[in-house]
Write a protein that binds this ligand. Structure first.
Ligand SMILES: *[C@@H]1O[C@H](CO)[C@@H](O)[C@H](O)[C@H]1NC(C)=O
Ligand SMILES: *[C@@H]1O[C@H](CO)[C@@H](O)[C@H](O)[C@H]1NC(C)=O
Ligand SMILES: *[C@@H]1O[C@H](CO)[C@@H](O)[C@H](O)[C@H]1NC(C)=O
Ligand SMILES: *[C@@H]1O[C@H](CO)[C@@H](O)[C@H](O)[C@H]1NC(C)=O
Length: 632
């Protein structure tokens, strides 16, 4: 198993504090970084009963990458032969051997058979147990953690399992998975500190930024000013987007937003009035996930910019293809990435959930105004393309949880979906420029998962035109990129990444980034992320971010899918093996060779000829991609 430097550091510094382990027990999960702002205040009452949930290991996961490549690699005879959701679920479900081994272990440990329950999906074993029983079972120590606001939660730093059990268990709850944010205030990019909304967004919001510029609606926006104002025609010029959808009714493109983020209909109409007349009064198809609502009570940049930006540009670029708005989470609890995954794959969404508090919304939510219904499980088919402009720091995601979620993205690829995530807006640093120990680069998750397509940001140099090569975005935001501390390198990018590291050895140590040359590197590709003219809260503002880049790439893939569907072919699905396949499809992308992604007191990584950890393989050229990818 690959251990990151963070985990190694954590293990060495925590050994002294760890509870004594039973013979033949091995640490199964350990929190790599202790929560900021939370105090470990006292031990938990030993008689307190907790609902212990053991997430069983899925079978055949070691085949996931290879199976995904078989379906997604252009040289494979099975290219494009996506699997049905049922076939995927069955292939990876926990085995009978796993279920009986874990049950036997619990029985041996003194849990009577009638206390042990296997979930209908067979993914989980549930037991109600006292804290003292759990502490003995897992060689763990449970503490109450207290936040300055008075909020409390229970967690342990690590837990252990007998060696022969470990391979049968993915993760156990409640254990190390920690709710980092207090439940009353999203850590959004604040333009000012005047607006407060009682509803939370469960995790840090990798949303767009503004530099405060308000643009007059009477501005003409000719192509010659794309260096100052990006409007849809600039993107059409930059990426050769000149394609009218032929079979929009057969296609699907989903955009995920997390409540309280919401679009304003009036903003869409202002935008369409200027840039896409025939779409006035058109709206996306709302898919409400776990009580997701398009709230209009609270309005400001932080609450409307992401949704307005995503929908205005995506709807315009793929017009008349309809967008599915996957509005996720209620107004009280908010939601996380697992919640939208539950909604598109019911096998991922067991009735008792793989979701963990602090990362995801847990439903039913009994709080006033909460979504007091069972989770939205498998309520829609996975769209052919899904764009998500949200992310969180890798160092705040428990490793087992991140892996479980990442595997799910791989499964969605096997089913034929392209899942795009923005790569982050802080260069090599984490959200808000945060770097553990001040020097460690902090990659963005899920962009760092090898089974998603991570999208970085470019910009037009001031004074230049759409004809000139773009550069890495370093205006207001900095294109996120780098090397994962969790995930090993997928085969599809080995050649390109090794070439980069060989030709441009980064001058940083293993204490700064995961420099083994054997880990997932991102982003995969990029698109413009600067100076977007967005109709927002009734006026036009300039917006910046990989938040803009991801839905634009999603629109381009959606147009390619349209051409494929019109030719009676399936959607592209997981595109990374195609993106990196330069031998067969050279020059499909505009290589970005200028700029870097500074952070953590360094210049970050530099762009280079070919793939680089700032802008990936570069920006797309739809006209070339149509020629290369429609016939596959
Ligand atoms: C655990 O306790 C809860 C509340 O009493 C109960 O609803 C649930 O069925 C129990 N679960 C198991 C596995 O016994
Ligand atoms: C909000 O910002 C203003 C101006 O920057 C500052 O004076 C004020 O203390 C801030 N209020 C809070 C609650 O942070
Ligand atoms: C915002 O960015 C644009 C273009 O990058 C620039 O022209 C403008 O002066 C900036 N506005 C402010 C207030 O910094
Ligand atoms: C995009 O590809 C077409 C050929 O299909 C080419 O003529 C055009 O110059 C390319 N555009 C850019 C910006 O490279």
């Amino acid at each position: 198993m690959f251990l990151s430097f963070l985990q190694l550091l954590a293990i060495s510094s925590l050994v002294a504090a760890a509870p004594s382990r039973r013979a033949n027990h091995v640490v199964h999960e350990r929190r790599s970084v202790e929560p900021r702002n939370w105090m470990k205040s006292r031990r938990v009452d030993p008689y307190k009963v907790l609902p212990l949930r053991i997430g069983l290991a899925q079978q055949n996961l070691e085949q996931l990458e290879e199976l995904l490549m078989t379906i997604s690699h252009p040289d494979s005879p099975s290219f494009g032969q996506h699997w049905s959701p049922e076939r995927v679920a069955e292939h990876f479900a926990p085995s009978e051997d796993t279920i009986s081994t874990v049950k036997d272990w619990l029985t041996t440990e003194g849990f009577r058979g009638d206390r042990i329950r296997v979930s209908p999906s067979k993914g989980w074993i549930d037991v109600n147990a006292t804290v003292s029983e759990i502490e003995a079972l897992l060689s763990a120590e449970y503490h109450v953690y207290t936040h300055p606001s008075g909020h409390e939660q229970i967690s342990c730093e690590s837990y252990s399992l007998p060696d022969h059990i470990r391979e049968h268990v993915e993760l156990i709850k409640p254990t190390v998975h920690f709710k980092h944010r207090i439940p009353d205030g999203p850590a959004l990019h604040k333009r000012d500190n005047t607006t407060k909304l009682g509803a939370p967004s469960k995790f840090k919001f990798n949303g767009p930024k503004t530099n405060g510029t308000v643009v007059a609606a009477s501005t003409p926006f000719p192509i010659s000013t794309c260096d100052q104002f990006i409007v849809p025609d600039c993107l059409r010029e930059l990426y050769e987007i000149d394609y009218k959808p032929k079979v929009p009714e057969k296609n699907s493109y989903g955009i995920v937003e997390f409540t309280p983020q919401a679009y304003l209909g009036n903003d869409l109409d202002i935008f369409f009035g200027l840039f896409s007349h025939d779409q006035e009064h058109k709206r996306p198809d709302l898919v409400s996930i776990d009580g997701g609502v398009v709230q209009t009570t609270f309005q400001d940049f932080d609450l409307n910019a992401e949704s307005d930006l995503d929908l205005e540009y995506a709807m315009t670029l793929v017009n008349p293809t309809k967008i599915k708005l996957l509005q996720t989470g209620d107004l009280v609890e908010g939601a996380g990435f697992d919640n939208w995954l539950d909604a598109v794959d019911k096998s991922f969404c067991t009735f008792d959930g793989g979701d963990v508090p602090g990362q995801d919304g847990i439903y039913p939510d009994p709080a006033p105004g909460g979504f007091n219904h069972p989770e939205s499980c498998g309520i829609i088919k996975p769209p052919h393309v899904v764009s998500i402009s949200y992310g969180q720091d890798e160092d705040e995601v428990p490793v087992a949880y991140a892996k479980r979620q990442c595997h799910e993205y791989g499964k969605l690829g096997m089913m034929g979906s392209t899942v795009l995530y923005a790569s982050g807006d802080f260069g090599v640093a984490g959200f808000g420029g945060f770097c553990p120990n001040d020097i460690q680069f902090n990659p963005d998750f899920p962009a760092s998962c090898p089974f998603v397509t991570a999208v970085g940001a470019t910009q037009i140099t001031p004074g230049k035109t759409v004809q000139d090569p773009e550069v890495a975005c370093e205006t207001v935001i900095i294109s996120g990129g780098g090397f994962s501390n969790i995930f090993p390198m997928p085969e599809y990018q080995e050649h390109a990444v090794k070439k980069y590291l060989h030709d441009n050895p980064p001058p940083y140590t293993a204490a700064q980034y995961s420099n083994s040359g054997k880990v997932r590197a991102f982003p995969d590709l990029s698109a413009n992320g600067a100076n977007y003219v967005v109709a927002l809260d009734g006026q036009l503002e300039l917006v910046f971010g990989t938040s803009a880049s991801a839905p634009v790439v999603g629109s381009i893939i959606t147009l390619i899918n349209d051409a494929r569907l019109a030719h009676h072919k399936g959607p592209l699905g997981f595109i990374n093996p195609l993106v990196f396949y330069q031998d067969k499809f050279s020059d499909l992308f505009n290589d970005i060779t200028s700029g870097s992604n500074p952070g953590c007191g360094t210049n970050g990584f530099t762009t280079a000829v070919g793939w680089d950890p700032v802008t990936g393989v570069g920006t797309p050229n739809l006209s070339k991609l149509l020629k290369a990818w429609v016939d596959l």
